[in-house]
Design a protein around this ligand. Structure first.
Ligand code: GLN
Length: 467
């Protein structure tokens, strides 16, 4: 079983759509680099019957590719071409996919709107005055605008699910360890994941199935066998395809911070899940409110260490100066944008002697409590959790200027990264024409149950013309 709609969208079709929506000064700016000639040439000689034979795909610019640059949306890596390829990209290509370009992103994946790219923001294809979400906003826009139907993104705290929600498509973050991080430029290694964007649940499950699985090049990549995930996204032909499924509704995700119009769509989705045979149960994840502060200690701490390698010696740009130290300083202050600089400073501070115990260690301890919250509900018989993906729909470009307000955009997504559990977003309706995302989360390595619930909900909402 493969996806006919995926295969029907050719590389040629991708380029005509690209020319219509992305190119030029009024375009979406979803891509940072493209390979028109190479991809058209590759399309002529498709020699595989792979699941993705001839399917055009787009890759976030923090995943290493051999022929196109990998800049991470940063000046410091402008023009940098990797000598090796990310495992996830290689697996897509081995299934027959053709990479047409690298997509725009918040610099080093730090952000929730793609406004932090050194190469200008990406526009939301649904409403070009608004952000596509971030940090994988370019990949989300490339799929939502129909240039491609499958794209890779990355997640550290919601960077696939939140832009999927803002652009009205499906976005999946697998279990930590399900997909190799080899060739994914590190932001915060204990939270980083490769994720998938698609236009429907089936295609997303297929994409994930292809890139998942053990990889000797990533010591944190699990040896766990990968089930036929696409099978789980096929809805059983029964009146109640979700009979026996227990869906948890975590009360901490339905607070006053949530836009009431988004809450209303979640209520409808939960009603549909009941009609499909699921039992919906209120559950509590008591440490949820600590997730954003914990994330914004741990992620910058890891980032400050990971980004130390951009010193003007080994990678990308160098600003010349008389002494070595001055060369480092000028290269780094000229190469990194303000948000990345803020995170490096914050991370260095929380790791410094005297503050380490107060911040970093404490945050690690609370991370364990957040993880245990999830373990408890899944051990209690809950199969999946259902929540909103983001507290608001896509905001206007320039509207959120305070970094702290921007961080709050992640309140419903960072928890799954902290706990390492699989999570996904899918369209569940719209508010004044702007898409709303609903999120499923599941126990570690149980993507299959998540896809089963998501596919049944998708079908139910589509057949009533809802989403
Ligand atoms: N918005 C979050 C951050 O800025 C998450 C980003 C991500 O998932 N890469 O860190």
């Amino acid at each position: 079983m493969s996806s006919e709609s995926l295969k029907a969208h050719t590389v040629h079709a991708a380029w005509s759509q690209f020319d219509a929506v992305d190119a030029g000064p009024t375009g979406l700016n979803a891509f940072l680099s493209v390979d028109r000639e190479g991809s058209l040439a590759a399309a002529k000689v498709i020699s595989t019957n792979g699941d993705l034979a001839g399917v055009p795909v787009a890759i976030k610019d923090n995943l290493a590719t051999l022929t196109l640059p990998t800049t991470c949306g940063s000046r410091i890596l402008e023009g940098y071409v990797s000598p090796y390829e990310a495992t996830a990209v290689r697996r897509l290509r081995e299934a027959g996919a053709i990479v047409i370009g690298k997509t725009n992103m918040d610099e080093f994946a730090m952000g929730s709107s793609t406004e932090n790219s050194a190469y200008g923001p990406t526009l939301n294809p649904v409403d070009r005055t608004r952000v596509p979400g971030g940090s994988s906003g370019g990949s989300a826009a490339a799929v939502a605008s129909g240039v491609v139907q499958l794209a890779l993104g990355s997640e550290t705290g919601g960077s696939v699910r939140q832009p999927a929600a803002f652009c009205g498509i499906v976005g999946v973050k697998p279990t930590y360890g399900r997909v190799s991080r080899f060739g994914l430029v590190a932001y915060a290694s204990s939270l980083d994941h490769v994720g998938v964007f698609a236009r429907n649940v089936f295609d997303a499950s297929l994409g994930l199935e292809i890139i998942a699985g053990h990889d000797p090049y990533d010591a944190t990549c699990a040896a766990q066998p990968v089930p036929t995930l696409r099978q789980s996204a096929v809805v059983a032909d029964a009146a109640q395809p979700l009979a026996g499924l227990v869906v948890g509704r975590p009360v901490e995700y339905f607070t006053d911070a949530l836009d009431p119009r988004i809450r209303a769509h979640c209520d409808v989705a939960l009603e549909r899940l009941r009609a499909l045979g699921a039992v919906v149960r209120d559950v509590s994840l008591p440490h949820t409110s600590l997730a954003v502060p914990v994330y914004y200690v741990l992620a910058p701490a890891e980032a400050s260490s990971n980004l130390a390698r951009y010193d003007g010696v080994r990678y990308g740009q160098r600003v010349h100066a008389d002494g070595l130290r001055e060369m480092y300083e000028r290269t780094r202050s000229g190469g990194f944008g303000p948000e990345v600089t803020r995170r490096i400073l914050l991370g260095t501070y929380v790791l410094s002697a005297g503050y380490y115990d107060a911040y970093y260690r404490r945050a690690q301890a609370v991370r364990t409590l957040i993880t245990q919250d999830f373990e408890r509900v899944f051990a209690d018989g809950v199969h999946v959790l259902f929540t909103p993906t983001a507290p608001t729909p896509a905001f206007r470009i320039g509207e959120v200027s305070d970094p702290y307000d921007m961080y709050l955009s992640d309140i419903y997504t960072v928890t799954a990264n902290l706990a390492g559990i699989p999570a996904m977003s899918q369209p569940i309706g719209d508010v004044d024409g702007l898409p709303v995302g609903g999120q499923f989360m599941a126990a570690k390595f149980d993507e299959a149950t998540m896809f089963k619930a998501a596919a049944a909900l998708e079908l139910a909402l589509r057949s009533e013309g809802g989403a």
